[in-house]
Design a protein around this ligand. Structure first.
Ligand code: ZN
Length: 312
């Protein structure tokens, strides 16, 4: 009997290396994770080879790796990973391929997640979609005319650093006015902390209970009907919708899929994001449908495996 075909996806993160065996429909069959070794690329590559060895089966055909930084997909080289030291010009695909005997491909992690949602999540059957991950930062991956857009370094669709205002808190990139500086979970938490400082008896402050205020405290207060929290979220949704209009002007998707940690707040944001998108669009652009991602944290893992499936 022929062995069922499968592929291995690896999601390389600053804190964890996650690995899964995935079937042709994008279903995770088995998965494991390790804390990312901080001892440098050689140690992480050994972790990856070990995980692949544990999860592969006779029908496993290849490995795809989602990388949180810039890559050269053609040579399988990591060019730079901001969150991990020592990852300049590392021939990662070749190393994992040599250790496992399986073909291996790299993809930027946001692009891998876009591919995962396209093949197995909220983007199924849609050939023009924008995947936007909203968490501590904002990232993206675009499917245009049925093709994942990559660009040099695999960085096309890096929409979080598009400039949307002349004033903001500093962005993680060191500049001011980036979309992610005003519309990420980090930005929402910062605004909530300022609100709590001005009003220490507010419901948000009570829910935080002396801990650092996060976006999730705001969401919890909003679900209880707290007006301060609802106003913070309405403004946050407006800034997200404004950026979605920029995304639509650039790529003209029919669906915008919101992933990342802030997608847990999707039901609270949906209506205001949609109206800000409509308000920001040039006449003639039918507004994209804004949907929550379906695969959650697994989008990048599934998408990395799908990258491997596509080389066959
Ligand atoms: Zn920036």
């Amino acid at each position: 009997m022929a062995h069922a075909r499968s592929h291995i996806g690896i999601d390389l993160g600053g804190t964890h290396v996650r690995c899964a065996r995935v079937d042709a429909q994008g279903r995770i069959l088995a998965a494991e994770r390790r804390q990312t070794s901080q001892a440098g690329p050689e140690a992480v590559m050994r972790q990856m080879a070990d995980l692949v060895g544990r999860l592969r089966e006779p029908g496993t055909r290849g490995v795809g790796i989602g990388v949180p930084g810039a890559i050269d997909a053609a040579t399988g080289t990591v060019l730079n990973i901001p969150a991990l030291a020592g990852w300049g010009h590392v021939p990662l695909a070749e190393a994992v391929s040599r250790a496992s005997g399986l073909p291996c491909l790299l993809e930027n992690d946001a692009k891998a997640a876009a591919l995962g949602e396209w093949r197995a999540g909220a983007g199924r059957g849609c050939d023009n979609l924008a995947y936007v991950t909203v968490g501590t930062g904002i990232g993206g991956g675009m499917i245009v005319d049925g093709r994942l857009i990559r660009g040099i370094g695999g960085l096309a669709g890096e929409v979080g650093h598009t400039h949307v205002t002349d004033s903001s808190e500093p962005c993680a990139c060191g500049r001011y006015g980036c979309w992610q500086a005003v519309a990420s979970g980090t930005a929402l938490a910062g605004r909530a902390r300022a609100a709590v400082a001005a009003e220490p008896s507010s419901r948000i402050a009570v829910l935080a209970g002396g801990e650092a205020v996060t976006a999730f405290h705001v969401a919890q207060a909003a679900r209880e009907g707290d007006e301060r929290a609802l106003a913070l979220l309405a403004d946050f949704a407006r800034l997200l919708g404004m950026g979605f209009a920029n995304v639509q002007h650039c790529y003209s998707p029919s669906r915008i899929i919101m992933g990342g940690g802030m997608s847990a707040l999707f039901d609270l944001l949906q209506a205001d994001m949609a109206s800000a998108l409509r308000a920001g669009l040039l006449a003639g652009f039918p507004p994209a449908e804004i949907l929550a991602a379906e695969l959650g944290d697994d989008a990048g893992l599934v998408g990395a495996a799908m990258i491997a499936a596509e080389i066959e």
